[in-house]
Write a protein of this length. Structure first.
Lengths: 226, 93
């Protein structure tokens, strides 16, 4: 039994190691980009649109609405980043219905990379919204005594995001593997159904947490404007 | 008892205790959160989207405590550094 799909190495040449995580990540990225390109190749503005276009419209409109609900005024600015996060995690968790598939989100390196991208994106969006000084001032709120705690929370929430996604997905595959050795008939199916639900909820939570953090970083300017 | 047996025993017992004790708190907390959210949903069905979103985010926060415990117990069982150290020492002899 292995803890993550990092340990399954498909191909190795000197320093370069090609493990299952990288291969599945690139395959998922390929599916997402090629699929989106194929669907948006001929968009229609008529009453009857194709099924795939309708699916994409539902997804994009709902992500926009969720971002707007959290309190970000212009969701277009954040749609690219947050939507990509959600779609990638959701697809990688959803594909667990295929047997033999190892979700890349079940490896700590993938989730750490995703959490680090949020860690970098939050200050960037904050600075873009309220300027460097305005963003740095948000660390001094409510008083300057809170400065170390604000910095600690910035770091610990990144760690928490990475560990949460990793733990949830890893526990899903781990429980399935254990159940297959004990009761291999019906029970694993029920658990994999539960795993699908957890995967979707985790994708939602990851992207909504990123949205909330970005909203908190950009809020200083909006409050001053009101 | 040699050190190998001791480490194995301590690891197994600690892994069980970690997930058992670490599960109690988040379970109680999540139960309270969900019951409060349900009663406020019943009182204000109009605010269901806000309540549901906040509930999910809050549940994720609470659940991460249990996930930490789970990850620690998994590390103790499958990737125990002390166990690997002892095995490496035994192999060197």
């Amino acid at each position: 039994m292995h803890l993550s799909s990092d340990e399954l190495i498909l191909w190795q040449h000197g320093f370069f190691k090609l493990n299952v995580t990288i291969v599945t990540t690139w395959a998922l990225m390929l599916v997402l980009t090629v699929g989106a390109k194929l669907i948006t190749r001929n968009l229609e503005g008529k009453v009857h649109i194709s099924r795939w276009q309708s699916l994409l419209e539902i997804i994009v409109v709902n992500i926009r609405k969720q971002i707007e609900d959290v309190g970000l005024r212009h969701p277009e600015k954040y749609l690219g980043f947050l939507g990509t996060l959600f779609l990638f995690i959701a697809l990688s968790n959803f594909c667990t219905i295929f047997p033999g598939y190892e979700p890349p989100t079940g490896s700590l390196s993938t989730t750490a990379a995703l959490a680090l991208s949020v860690f970098v994106a939050v200050p960037l969006f904050g600075i873009a919204e309220s300027g460097l000084g305005g963003y740095l001032k948000s660390y001094l709120k409510p008083t300057f005594i809170m400065l170390p705690f604000n910095i600690i929370s910035e770091l610990s929430r990144t760690l928490a995001m990475a560990i949460r996604l990793f733990g949830n997905m890893m526990s899903g595959t781990m429980i399935l593997a254990i159940l297959l050795t004990i009761t291999p008939f019906i029970f694993p199916i029920v658990m994999s159904l539960l795993g699908l639900l957890t995967g979707m909820v985790q994708a939602y939570i990851f992207s909504i947490l990123a949205t909330v953090y970005i909203a908190a970083a950009t809020r200083a300017r909006q409050e001053a404007g009101e | 008892m040699d050190s190998m047996t001791l480490i194995a025993m301590a690891s197994i017992v600690t892994a069980g205790l970690t997930i058992a004790i670490g599960g109690i708190g988040p379970a109680l907390g999540e139960g309270r959160a969900v019951s409060t959210a349900l009663s406020s949903l019943a009182q204000q069905p109009d605010a269901s989207t806000t309540i549901t979103r906040t509930l999910f985010v809050g549940l994720a926060m609470i659940e991460s405590i249990a996930i930490y415990c789970f990850v620690v117990s998994m590390i103790i069982i499958f990737a125990n550094p002390f166990w690997n150290h002892v095995i490496a020492q035994a192999a060197a002899k």
